[in-house]
Each structure stands twice: as C-alpha cells, then as structure tokens.
Design a protein around this ligand. Sequence first.
Ligand code: HEM
Length: 447
Amino acid sequence: MANRIELIYRAYPKHKFIGYYELLRPILLIKDPELIEEIFVKNFHCFHDRLSKLVPLNRINQHVAFLSSIKWRQVRSKLVPTFSPMKLKMMCDSLYKCTQVLNSRISEHAQTSKPINTKDMMTRFALDVIGNCAFGLEFDAMKDTNSEFRKIGKTMVGTTSENSIRRLIRLLDPSGILKKLFDFQDISPKVDTFFFNLLKTTKELRKNESMKRNDFIQLMLNIRNKELADGDKNIIFNDDIIASNMFVFFLAGFETISTTLSFCLYELALNPDIQERVHNEIKQIRDSHNGVLDYSSLNQLTYMDMVLSETLRKYPPVPLMTRVCTETYQIPGSDIVLHPYIFVSVPVFSIHHDERYYENPEKFDPERFTEQNIARRIPNTYMPFGLGPRICIGLRFAKMEIKYCLFELLHQYKFLPCDKTDIPIKISSKGTLYTTDKPIWLTVKKI
Ligand code: HEM
C-alpha cells in the first residue's frame, strides 16, 4: 500500500489533493500541509471518526482508537491523565526491570558474536514492557518463547510481526475494503477471552490493597472507582471499555515500538559516528546520575531525541493516516464537496520523504531535528504520531520506553552490521504496513 500511495503522491507533485480508489471505495489523499491542518485540526468535528460508523461495535472493540463522537471524547478525556508525566514516572521501575532482562539477552550475543534478529528481540522486549506496564504481568517474553502473552500476541496478529502492524494500520487506517474491515472485526475468541479473563482475575487480586500496582489496568480501575464514588449515572469505564482499551494498548503498543527500535539500531549500526555521539551523551548523563535514568533526565537526552525523531521520519510505523468524513465539507478554495462516509488519508510516509520538505530524504540525518531546524520546518510535514485531537495517546509512553531501551543498550554495546544484514534494507510492499520483508540482522560488541 505504502508503495502504491507513494506512486500516486509523486505522480501529481503540484496537486494539493488527489482522489483514488481502494477497490470500490473512493478516498481523498490530502497532500498539502495547510489542507491537512484544515481537515485534521481545524475541522476535526467533520473528521473525528475512523471506522466506527461502518463496523458494528462488539465487546472488545470499544476502545479509544475505534470509538467516535461523544463516546470517544468521554473515554479519551478520562484516559489522557493515565499518560501524564506523573503517571509515567511511576512506571519507570517496571521499565527498568525489562531493560535489564533485555540487557542479559544481548550480553549473550555479545559474548558469542552470534547475530541478533533485532526485530524479534525488540518485539519480545516490547511485549515484556506492555505486559508489565499495562497489566502488571511478569510473563517474560524475553526468556520464554512460549509465554502465554507471546502466544496471545501471535494469535492476535498472526505468526509474523508484519501481520500485527497490518492489523494496527487497519485499525488506524480503515482504507475501506469491507472484507478487510470484517477480517479486522473477526478477532479470535481466544483474544477476547484472554483480555476479559485477565481483567476479571486482576479485579479479584486487586481487591487486596497490597496487590495494587502502577499500571494502566489499575489506572482504568481507578477511573471506574471514581465514577462510582461520584455517583455517575452512566458508568463509562465498564468492563467492556476497560478490556477493550487493554486490548488496544497491547495492539498499538508493541509493534510500533519494536519496529522503531529495530530501524533505529539498524541506522545506528550503519552510521557509527552517530552511534558514538549517542553513546557519549548517555555516558555523560550516567556519570552525573549514578548510572540510572530517571524520568526527569529523559529530557536531557537531546541528541538521542533527535535520532529517534529522524528514525520516525524515515520509517514512520503508520505510513498512512485515515479518517472518515462525518459531515458535508467543502474543500477550501475548490468546488469539491465531501459527503459523509468519504475517507480522507494523509500520506505520512510520502510527506516525510518529499524533497521539498527534507533535502536528501533517504539520508539518515538527526540534524534535521535541531531546535532551529524544527522551527524552520513547514508545519504538518512531520507527523509520525498523527496530529490534532486524535493524535497518538501513547506518544509520551512510547518515547519513554524507546529512550530507556537505547539508554541501557548503547552505553555498553556497539551495534554493527554483519554479513546477514540487508543493505539497503528492503521495505515490505505487502499491505499498508511499514516494515521489512526479512529480519534485521545485526551483531553487538561489548564496549
Ligand atoms: C513509536 C510508537 C508509536 C507510534 C509511531 C504511534 C503512532 C500512532 C498514530 C499515527 C496514531 C493515529 C493518530 C491520528 O490519527 O492522528 C496513533 C493512535 C493511537 N495510538 Fe499510537 N503510536 C505509537 C505507540 C503507541 C503506544 C505505546 C500506545 C499505547 C500504550 C499507543 C496507543 C494509541 C492509541 C490508543 C491511539 C488511538 C488514539 C485515538 O484515536 O484517540 N500508541 N498512534
């Protein structure tokens, strides 16, 4: 999909928008940054929906990424504080524990010089993190390839990591093929049962005060308890909403992270000077913080932040963002009128690779993200986490997790390409996802 969109995008360089068909469904591709702002931000009331009007709600898809209008607003506004810096800070210990397990796995590779399947390793790390930070589970996907959580991950997303991104994209980008939508709907009963059982068990366990933890599930239970205590007539955070959001945090929170980490390590392996600069920055912070990263020092990792931003520019995990028009809307400066149920898409990948906005776009260059260069950039030409009121709710958590991981790894290991590394990397052309066809192989050396 990304390739086809890229062809359409490039075929009409001067057009602000282009219509195309996804099978029988007409879609409007919005290319112009000002028009993107009009649609995704200023006229959000006409474009707040993803796909809920087209697919019936079932008990496991009542989550923030799927709901629309008032229900979406109610759920989102109650969930936002869950991702506040104060709440994220409380998750740092769990995150640190996960990086230690990852560290011991990487250390085995450093000793034997055996290449690492980076994507697989990072997927397991991300699973450990989401299990710990979202659900308070220590299922250890890093060690145990047959862990319950890893199995449910595979059931949810198929056997390949690629499938999982496809599902995420389908979720965030309903490109309109009904069959696909129903396929997405057709979530395995095992997955549904898994999340509802997990919620039931957790609720039982946490009746005991000493079992309470600082994870997303607890934060959602707290929201419900507050609704009950306030005597709200309509309890929004009922079991369906909580279990559905557990499901979406799982789905949205592990493949995006593992893909970003894998591409980042790949670029660092190919750019040793950039890797060394990140290493030096980490060393400096470690020296002044007794070797431990706390939440407040995350902001001091400015160069690492530039590297992460550049990774997300070059490899945006969600390359195409789609919304559904819900009210008749005339495109400013044109006679084109969009009617309800028309889909609009933003070609994030193509904009991130457009020479007009990024000189030499295939070059991995973190300098694009210095304060001055960010200030000079045309607005709405960088949007790996989306934009407007429906921007990624997990943005801060995602950045924190990635930085913790890089902080732990890059101060003691050097990542290098090896004979098995694909250079240049081959991006998958199957479906709407942004990933690789083959594993990303790298080696590591202890510094
Ligand atoms: C590098 C990591 C990530 C990337 C690049 C990413 C990207 C995105 C994008 C592009 C959207 C759509 C935004 C829009 O339509 O304007 C989105 C939405 C969303 N993301 Fe993320 N995401 C990441 C990590 C996470 C994590 C870790 C979580 C949860 C723990 C998460 C949860 C969500 C949810 C729930 C939504 C739907 C929000 C709504 O509709 O209100 N994401 N993400």
